[in-house]
Design a protein around this ligand. Structure first.
Ligand code: GLA
Length: 380
């Protein structure tokens, strides 16, 4: 669904010119499950995301159309509560509720949205939608929130209405993305160093497994709890504060599973910083090796991968022209990120599509993306 279709639908239905907002999805070069450990991540906004049309309503209720899904919700601002199995609706209700908690009064509004990233593909369509709503309502009703406040509203919406205790990476990347840049984000103080990404004769390719295994939300929260427990055992605020050698002292006090998870987080933080160095030196080979190491850690230590993701990463390894690949995002499905030689893209696409189909009897999807600006008004 593109911006024109969304705008036309809005005009036709509500007979007014809406405010148009674009809010992008994100990729993440490296740094997975480090954000809620107050560590480092390396995401970028992409040129695919959510388009949303907003205007104030002439009726007492709010109307929301999810055009891609052909679904609709009507709700009253007097009573905003999470819905059981609410799916996309809870992202919107959650943002509205978080705004209300900050003592801002909202007036009824109409919203039509859709986009060109699939929901649940690990490209953070949820953060894109949350940010679109926070940004759109802020503009429409002159609420006076800064972008930093908006990403916290989006994150809390996810904690309280969706039940995923996510970190800040996705909302940050979607809101603050910069064209041709990735953001080395320190999740403790929420400040980022933008890196121009010029991979010369290489490029990034995302491959979507087209699966999302259902245990992902509970497994996510469980890992966050384990990390917090290990940090408190060592009397530090977060795993970010530890070196691998610090962990040895508690080897007998935690399960080997928890030990490996904490070790993974500490090592992944180090890899993010090394990736920054590699990019500064234009060392694509080193960047690629770090991606493969990250995947190995996510697969065997942090245990958030799945058969489909592992298959795609193994398939990438079989070509020497692919410099690195790993699963991206929370895990248990979604996309892999691959860095490969430009010349190889077309044959890699063919090979991986065929191999995936033969193995799983369904299709993967492949996206070529550009690193893009973050959430803002959309001007056609
Ligand atoms: C999801 C969460 C993020 C982050 C990643 C894993 O995308 O929303 O906050 O924790 O998983 O890196």
């Amino acid at each position: 669904m593109n911006a024109n279709e969304i705008e036309s639908f809005f005009k036709h239905h509500y007979d007014s010119q809406p405010l148009m907002v674009f809010s992008p999805g994100r990729l993440n070069l490296i740094g997975e499950h480090t954000d809620y450990n107050e560590g480092f991540v390396f995401p970028a906004a992409i040129d695919k995301g959510i388009y949303a049309a907003f205007d104030k309503s002439k009726t007492p209720t709010c109307m929301v159309h999810a055009l891609d899904l052909d679904e609709f919700m009507e709700f009253s601002l007097e009573k905003v509560t999470p819905l059981t199995r609410g799916g996309w609706k809870n992202y919107i209700l959650g943002v509205v509720s978080e705004i209300q908690k900050r003592n801002k009064s909202l007036v009824p509004f109409n919203l039509v949205f859709g986009g060109d990233i699939p929901l649940g593909a690990g490209l953070s369509s949820s953060a894109a939608l949350e940010n679109a709503v926070a940004y759109g309502l802020n503009e429409l009703m002159d609420l006076g929130f800064t972008k930093n406040e908006m990403i916290l509203i989006s994150q809390k919406a996810e904690h309280h209405f969706v039940g995923v205790k996510c970190g800040i990476m996705d909302q940050f990347a979607s809101m603050f993305g910069e064209k041709n840049k990735a953001l080395l984000l320190d999740c403790r103080n929420i400040t980022a160093e933008p890196f121009t990404i010029d991979l010369q004769d290489h490029q990034i390719l995302l491959v979507n497994t087209n699966v999302k295994h259902s245990l992902s939300d509970s497994a996510y929260n469980k890992r966050r709890e384990i990390c917090e427990k290990v940090a408190s055992l060592l009397n530090v605020k977060a795993l970010r504060d530890l070196k691998t050698s610090d962990l040895h002292t508690i080897k007998d006090k935690v399960s080997s599973e928890a030990y490996q998870m904490a070790l993974y987080v500490i090592e992944e933080n180090e890899r993010v910083l090394k990736a920054g160095e590699a990019i500064k030196k234009n060392d694509i080979g080193e960047l690629g090796r770090l991606l493969y190491q990250s995947h190995k850690g996510l697969q065997h230590q942090y245990k958030v991968s799945c058969e489909e993701l592992d298959f795609l990463v193994e398939a990438a390894k079989s070509s020497s022209k692919v410099k690195g690949a790993r699963m991206m995002g929370g895990g248990f499905g979604g996309c892999t990120i691959n860095i490969l030689e430009k010349d190889e893209v077309s044959s890699f696409k063919d090979q991986i599509t065929k191999a995936y189909r033969e193995k799983f009897n369904f299709e993967c999807s492949i996206y070529e993306v550009k690193l893009s600006d973050g959430t803002g008004k959309y001007i056609s």
